[in-house]
Design a binder for this molecule. Sequence first.
Ligand SMILES: C[S@@+](CC[C@H](N)C(=O)[O-])C[C@H]1O[C@@H](n2cnc3c(N)ncnc32)[C@H](O)[C@@H]1O
Length: 291
Amino acid sequence: MTISQSSFTFVSDLVRRETAMLYDPGKEYLVEARLLPLAREAGCSDVDSYVIRLGTDLAERRKALDALTINETSWFRDNAPYQAFTDTLLPSVIANRGHVKHISIWSAACSSGQEAYSLTMLLDQHLPPGWTAQILATDVSTAMLERVKAGRYSQVEMNRGMPAPMLVKHFTRAGSEWEVADNLKRMVRTQHLNLATAFPLLPTFDIVFLRNVLIYFDMDTKRDILRRVHQVVAPDGFLLLGSSETTLDMEDHWGRESVGRVQVHRPAGTTSIPHATSAPAAWHPTAMTGA
Ligand SMILES: C[S@@+](CC[C@H](N)C(=O)[O-])C[C@H]1O[C@@H](n2cnc3c(N)ncnc32)[C@H](O)[C@@H]1O
């Protein structure tokens, strides 16, 4: 390991200030592994001299932050939340939004877009005729948002959870990549949004996917984000977190219900879901074979 302690501290302070993500001592190897390719590209002899450059070069700093955000994601990640979406959450929203025939979803911390596009495929299959849907896909990483807009994925990325029938139905070959169909792209709008700072003006969402991002923040930041997310979820709406994430001790804000194999969070005081697990599962991820 060659990164100096002062460089590591500079970088972890920078990431914390800009994204609230924590790089605790012990993660020096990770910072070095992520910055070394950028240092080489920028013509720096080592990571320490690259970090000195980050002090003055704003464009390079943006690139470094993009490289340091953890963008791990996959199609239909963990399956169960998507099964709950199809079987219970979507039928509940459809039952309650007949007057507008519109469903509004937020993929907060969307990474390269697999979460948002997985949802568009289910909406394409299950939304009744005449209904519209909009998914707002947000992330702190501008590089990730560019990827969502492009909607292009490598074969390796497609191999991570994309069911073969969905690949055939919704993607076309684009050189060595696969590109998502325009009708699905039209459902997704991207916006730069840092969860750790005050939100810009947002619509009210029927369903929020806030998955696998709270784990990177400290307790106060998690609480603050959950408080602000509460303000933009419809009173009869839903919040889905990652499998190891919870709404902490915020019972005054969030109630919990089990839907299939997942915990679904709802604004406190909401009556339980009338359709819970009653609809036959029309989409069985485990029955699909990967691409
Ligand atoms: C591990 S990925 C999770 C992606 C997706 N939600 C999933 O579950 O597969 C975490 C994402 O959170 C984003 N992120 C990190 N800090 C953030 C912040 N302060 N505001 C918004 N997004 C952030 C990262 O850029 C990354 O794309």
